[in-house]
Design a protein around this ligand. Structure first.
Ligand code: GLC
Ligand code: CA
Length: 562
């Protein structure tokens, strides 16, 4: 069947703030992106996803939107954006925007109006509730960012009511029950499509619908983090009955008729319920990215988990849905530090192995900026250097409970989202070539060892390896069309799988650990002729007979001779 463009895409996520600064103010911007677009084209990227670049007070780096129809002045102007769009399109690169529709900034004119009075025309754009009889918050929900007293409700003096904010106090939740709000959002989305954008990434799209009556959560709080009786329970507002009606209306009003691509951030979506959202016949979203593998705070992905999740999604695929493959993004730590090994010895090999897993499993690969040069986690000395709301919230909650600052920092640092948000490392100049000024967040000190300029100078680099993988996607039919079968299923170090379509069979073998591993090549493989297509250890002998010994993090792709 003819594929949709987004099924053939290689998506590259740009965290604009940390990508490239063109004017020395320390903040990445659109002109900076424009100056680097050709690098992305050479990498084989044909779609970029911008995390939010709209006007915003930047409480959550743009996920707090104050004007959905404008570009934040720190990033440029709408004219710059149009220019960028034209440039990208001329290079064959599509552009998708991050749409934050669960909440806005409290500085959005809608909210400024909404909080003025109970009968303001914008009152119902947000979720307001009266206090309980004793004046306390409407229920026991805690907010993700754990600001203030930890409640997900903030009292507003002016009208004597509380508003809901699942995230920051400065990010009130929008009220999807209210039709005028929905209309306003549809108009705005049409406006972006008219401007030429090719699709949208939908922020926390499973959380638009809230449960009727706002019942208390019964979840037992995590004593290490929750406080004042407020409990963070994602399940309360995730996949709530009625969410599908909302998404279907969005589709029929906007995405469907405009053929605009959507990828939802699937908090609460796994291969078990994915079809409820992204089965083509439902008319909701085109793709969902899940947290079954990449998950904040997960440091190991076992072979067992990898196989289980990949098989689950391969099954989903047979029912007219299309998976996303990725291992990290702007909300996680760096994949090579979590699931590979970021030591000087194994960083490149393990980064390449992870790249193979993402680019050779079924679905559309998403690359997060810096992954293609193997950028690693950072450890700042002081909490002052951190910016991520989760990191700050968790840290201060721990310190408030009497945990020492060093211990608290050691706990929050490895999973901080700031690991992924350090400035892109372009070269070994000051500040990694990201800015001539002072970067808004400190550069990773390993930038002279890890940077694009170095990678471009070597044929063996991680960047060159990614380029090979994106080329395979364009040229090797089994990557796009092949089914997925695992071999050696009970091995806890070797991942082995085949991708097979009518025209081609590929075989991936990965020694997914930092040790030498010897194993017997399965007999069914020995009868055939295989050619090695890709390897991250150029000096080893390709061999698929008898016993095979793989080096730490060794990965190879073979093709069956026909
Ligand atoms: C999503 C975003 C994250 C943001 C949150 C609130 O999870 O990816 O960066 O903090 O939503 O908008
Ligand atoms: Ca700038």
């Amino acid at each position: 069947m003819k594929k949709k463009w987004w099924q053939e895409a290689v998506v590259y996520e740009i965290y604009c703030k940390s990508f490239c600064d063109s004017n020395g103010d320390g903040i990445g911007d659109l002109r900076g992106v424009m100056s680097k677009l050709s690098v992305l084209r050479d990498l084989g990227v044909n779609c970029i996803w911008f995390t939010p670049i709209y006007t915003s007070p930047q409480v959550d780096n743009g996920y707090d939107v104050a004007d959905y129809r404008n570009i934040d002045p720190a990033y440029g102007t709408i004219e710059d954006f149009k220019e960028l769009l034209e440039m990208a399109h001329a290079m064959g690169i599509r552009v998708i925007m991050d749409m934050v529709l669960n909440h806005s900034s409290d500085e959005h004119p809608w909210f400024i109006e909404s909080r003025k009075s109970k009968d303001n025309p914008y009152r119902n754009y947000y979720i307001w509730q009266p206090p309980k009889a004793d004046g306390s918050a409407p229920n026991n929900w805690g907010s993700y960012f754990r600001e203030g007293n930890g409640s997900a409700w903030e009292f507003d003096e002016t009208t004597g009511e509380y508003y809901l904010h699942q995230y920051s106090i400065k990010m009130p939740d929008l009220n999807w029950e209210y039709e005028p709000l929905r209309r306003e959002i549809y108009d705005m989305l049409h406006w972006w499509i008219d401007l030429g954008v090719d699709g949208f990434r939908l922020d926390v799209f499973t959380r638009f619908k809230k449960p009727a009556g706002f019942p208390d959560t019964q979840k037992t709080p995590d004593p290490k983090l929750d406080r004042n009786g407020f409990v963070v329970d994602g399940a309360m507002c995730t996949n709530v009955e009625g969410i599908h009606e909302i998404l279907h209306e969005l589709y029929t009003e906007v995405f469907g008729p405009r053929e605009s691509m959507t990828v939802g951030e699937g908090a609460g979506v796994s291969h078990h319920n994915a079809l409820d959202y992204c089965c083509a016949s439902r008319g909701e979203v085109d793709m969902v990215y899940h947290f079954d593998l990449a998950y904040r705070g997960r440091y190991v992905i076992s072979n067992e988990l990898f196989r289980k999740v990949q098989k689950g999604w391969a099954e989903v695929m047979h029912h007219n849905a299309w998976p996303v493959q990725y291992l990290s993004n702007h909300d996680s730590a760096r994949q090579v530090s979590c699931y590979g090994c970021d030591s000087a010895e194994y960083r490149a090999d393990s980064a390449k192995l992870l790249a193979v897993l993402v680019h050779t499993t079924p679905g559309t690969p998403f690359i997060y900026q810096g992954e293609e040069i193997g950028m690693v986690n950072v450890r700042y000395d002081s909490i002052e250097d951190y910016n991520c709301r989760y990191t700050l919230g968790d840290y201060h909650a721990m310190v408030a409970r009497g945990i020492g600052s060093e211990e608290a920092l050691n706990t929050v640092a490895p999973r901080s989202r700031d690991n992924a948000r350090t400035p892109y490392q372009w070269n070994s100049d000051a500040n990694a070539g990201f800015t001539t000024g002072t970067p808004w967040i400190k550069v990773n000190p390993r930038y002279s060892e890890i940077n694009l300029e170095r990678d471009l100078a070597s044929e063996d680099s991680i960047f060159a390896f990614y380029r090979e993988l994106t080329r395979m996607r364009r040229e090797d039919p089994a990557i796009l069309d092949g089914d997925l079968t695992f071999l050696m299923e009970d091995h806890d170090r070797i991942l082995m799988y085949m991708r097979r379509c009518a025209r081609q069979t590929l075989l991936v073998i990965a020694n997914y650990c930092g040790e030498n591993t010897a194993f017997e090549i399965p007999s069914e493989l020995r009868e055939n002729q295989w050619t090695r297509r890709i390897s991250n250890k150029k000096n080893t002998e390709p061999a698929l007979n008898g016993t095979r010994a793989l080096l730490p993090w060794e990965v190879e792709i073979y093709e069956l001779a026909r």
